[in-house]
Design a protein around this ligand. Structure first.
Ligand code: NAD
Length: 381
């Protein structure tokens, strides 16, 4: 029988003041399947040690750098099983490659890499390593996103004809990167972020949601990227028209200068007979509207939801679940996938958990959007 124990995780990033690293730690541990035991939390050894102390891990396992972590963990009988990458984008490829080549599975935050060329390289490394590689497109973990996906796969909406996706944030409305704001600072630096600003940071989530929910593929796009805040070298506002492989059309809006918006991700899918509407800031309600019929609101954890939606709900109706729980769904699926892989090395990630294929699609989307915007024309995928 396979060994039944918690999987051991090593986190890269997530040092003092970081946004998403600590979220990964909470989400990974939520279901009691995974324990964070090691990390290289910062590029500064002192800050990495300080973070290790705050996380209450063995001080020996708060490493000065990810290379040191991989080398030391390889030698331990209780070594980590996988590495989580929650650093600025330019480190995603080198850390993933080093981890996979050291025999560790990877959970990476998005975008998969900083550039499209890099993701093609990573795709080869993942294939060569034969180890699980998951990408945390967080919104794929929401129960009602799974419901929306099941609805699109059924005949309920009729043929899908139109998609409207928007991801609106306002936190970069002013040049806060010049004030030393940590998250804004590296995101405004093409060397550490990659060439796609807002389009890479949140446009990729919107794009992923379109393909994840509808099961369709974007085949061409006409995108306009702008840097609205003076002096900002990367785009902070994006609009794109999409065509999909069933003939549907789509509109994608992503902006980080949408003053007053928080994390306004919303997707609407219109079929011949009905449509659906899901908003990240109200994630426990999914609206279905019909050409001729009353509007319906489905609630997360409703017993009437699809099996896929029910499978990722933890609490009875009326007890709101949100961002951390959605993130934890991805970790629970990763833990299942890792254990399946440990028992049978040919086993793959489940289709509900984004992996390297989603990573390549996301990087292609950024690259195509930049090209389209430069040429002011449609581009093929
Ligand atoms: P952040 O600046 O808050 O945190 C980055 C962390 O990486 C910091 O602690 C920094 O010290 C650390 N770091 C930098 N270089 C390092 C190195 N060489 N070794 C170890 N640690 C190092 O950034 P963030 O907002 O948390 O974003 C991190 C990543 O997560 C980005 O790729 C971003 O796109 C992604 N992200 C994803 C989501 C999501 O919803 N899935 C949300 C936010 C951010």
């Amino acid at each position: 029988m396979a060994e039944l124990r918690k999987l051991r995780m090593g986190l890269v990033g997530g040092g003092p003041g970081a946004f998403i690293g600590p979220v990964h730690r909470i989400a990974a541990e939520l279901d009691g399947r995974i324990e964070m035991v090691a990390g290289a939390f910062s590029q500064s050894p002192e800050r990495s040690r300080a973070a290790g102390k705050a996380f209450r891990i063995d001080p020996e396992r708060a490493y000065a750098g990810y290379e040191e972590m991989l080398a030391a963990e390889k030698m331990r009988p209780d070594a980590i099983d996988f590495v989580v990458i929650a650093t600025p984008n330019f480190l995603h490829l080198p850390v993933a490659r080093a981890a996979l080549e050291s025999g560790f599975a990877v959970v990476s935050d998005k975008p998969a890499t900083a550039t499209y060329d890099e993701v093609l390289e990573l795709e080869k490394v993942v294939a060569g390593a034969g180890l699980p590689y998951a990408l945390t497109h967080t919104y794929a973990g929401y129960s009602l996103v799974r419901e929306a996906r099941a609805i699109c796969a059924s005949a309920e909406l009729g043929k899908i004809r139109k998609i409207a996706v928007e991801y609106l944030q306002g936190w970069l409305s002013h040049p806060i990167e010049n004030t030393g704001q940590k998250q804004a600072e590296w995101r405004s630096d093409p060397k550490r972020n990659g060439p796609g600003g807002c389009i890479g940071d949140i446009g990729t989530h919107a794009f992923h949601l379109v393909e994840y929910v509808t099961g369709l593929e974007v085949t061409s796009m006409n995108a306009a990227l702008r840097s609205v805040v003076p002096g900002r070298p990367l785009d902070d506002d994006c609009s794109a028209l999409l065509r999909l492989n069933n003939g549907a059309s789509g509109v994608l809006m992503a902006s980080q200068i949408a003053a007053g918006e928080g994390n306004g991700l919303r997707i609407r899918v219109y079929g011949e007979d009905a449509s659906l509407d899901w908003k990240q800031e109200d994630p426990n309600r999914l609206r279905i509207k019909r050409v001729d019929g009353p509007e319906e609101i489905r609630h997360a954890s409703g017993g009437y939801l699809s099996a896929d939606a029910r499978a990722v709900t933890r609490l009875p109706g009326g007890h709101p679940e949100g961002y951390l729980e959605a993130f934890a769904v991805l970790y629970r699926e990763f833990a299942d996938a890792f254990e399946a892989w440990r028992a049978d090395k040919s086993s793959k990630l489940p289709p509900t958990l984004p992996g390297i294929k989603a990573g390549v699609r996301g990087m292609r989307f950024i690259e195509r959007a930049i090209e389209s915007s430069k040429d002011e024309n449609w581009v093929q995928f």
